[in-house]
Design a protein around this ligand. Structure first.
Ligand code: GLY
Length: 308
């Protein structure tokens, strides 16, 4: 299994399932659930930072490399584990792939997925401290100018907020099971102070998540709008098909976003795992890493991503 920064907390749960003969889909879901429950991660699940209106809106997706089936949810409130709703969409609602907002929550209730509080006191404190009240009022009142003004402030806040333990962020988990099946899971609370209803790449198959047993699995973290515009996860696999190794494939896919006009530019990362167990990652930021653990290893190791 491999995981993006702060996904390492979930690897033990996924590896345990793989050792017991579990599927890549089960391992990915189990690992992502651990990250979603980690209140110290303010970009995923419980403890995620809220949107402009103070509501935690979660996005997630999961994709099965054997069938190219996927499930995704976006803008979900009141459920700590959006990855499990995405998995249920994949398994139980196969005529659909992506559910949003109230529809996703209705389906989660029907599927028996527990509701729970996602806004922690610490996340609310960080949210309240983040923006000038006038910017919030301006963004509430207008589309366009007000939205742009608040996004500028939000970006400055995000850049100033790196906690001492390392980068915060969306989580990617990729698994290869004993039968050779690959799966990819992604989960996020998106940008702090995001405009309500904003959906990033984590819920968008081809952008933040893609998986095909014949080629590999790929996933993204960081500036989701860039990954959506460039189809970054799918592009990683196109580069693998062209003969690149996983690290070079990630670097080439991320590099395709560098020239895109974007006044809110932030870092973008990609990860890749191939059916023969090779892996690699790339980032536009320095010092970016990912974690790797095999079923015969007691713990994970941290690898560097290529910086582009
Ligand atoms: N990459 C996560 C997001 O943009 O929401």
């Amino acid at each position: 299994m491999i995981a993006s920064e702060r996904g390492e907390v979930g690897l033990a749960a996924g590896i345990e399932l793989l050792r017991a003969g579990g599927s890549a889909m089960d391992a990915v879901e189990a690992a992502v659930r651990v990250v979603e429950a980690n209140e110290a991660d303010h970009y995923v699940g419980v403890g995620g930072l809220p949107n402009l209106l103070g509501e935690v809106e979660l996005d997630a997706s999961i994709m099965d490399g054997a069938t190219l089936r996927a499930g995704a949810v976006a803008g979900v409130t009141g459920f700590p584990h959006p990855i499990s709703i995405a998995r249920a969409v994949c398994d139980r609602l196969p005529q659909h792939l992506l559910l949003v907002g109230a529809g996703a929550e209705r389906f989660a209730d029907e599927a028996g997925i527990p509701r729970g509080e996602t806004l922690t006191d610490e996340a609310r404190r960080l949210w309240l401290a983040g923006l000038e009240p006038e910017a919030i009022e301006q963004a509430r009142a207008t589309h366009g100018g007000g939205e742009v003004a608040y996004r500028r402030q939000a970006l400055a806040q995000i850049q100033a907020m790196s906690p001492p333990e390392g980068p915060w962020g969306t989580v990617n988990v990729l698994a290869l099971d004993a039968t050779g099946n690959l799966a990819v899971g992604v989960s996020t609370s998106g940008y702090p102070w995001k405009y309500p209803g904003r959906v990033g790449d984590s819920a968008v198959i081809g952008a933040g998540n893609y998986c095909d047993n014949r080629i590999g699995g790929a996933a993204c973290t960081g500036r989701g709008e860039l990954a959506i515009r460039a189809g970054t996860a799918r592009t990683v696999l196109l580069e693998i098909e062209r003969g690149a190794d996983p690290q070079e494939a990630c670097a080439a896919a991320v590099a395709r976003t560098l020239d895109l006009p974007d006044e809110f530019r932030a870092s973008l990362q990609a990860l890749c795992l191939t059916p023969d167990g090779r892996h690699g990652g790339a980032s536009t930021a320095s010092g970016a890493t990912y974690s790797v653990q095999s079923a015969d290893e007691d713990t994970f190791t941290v690898r560097e991503r290529k910086q582009i």
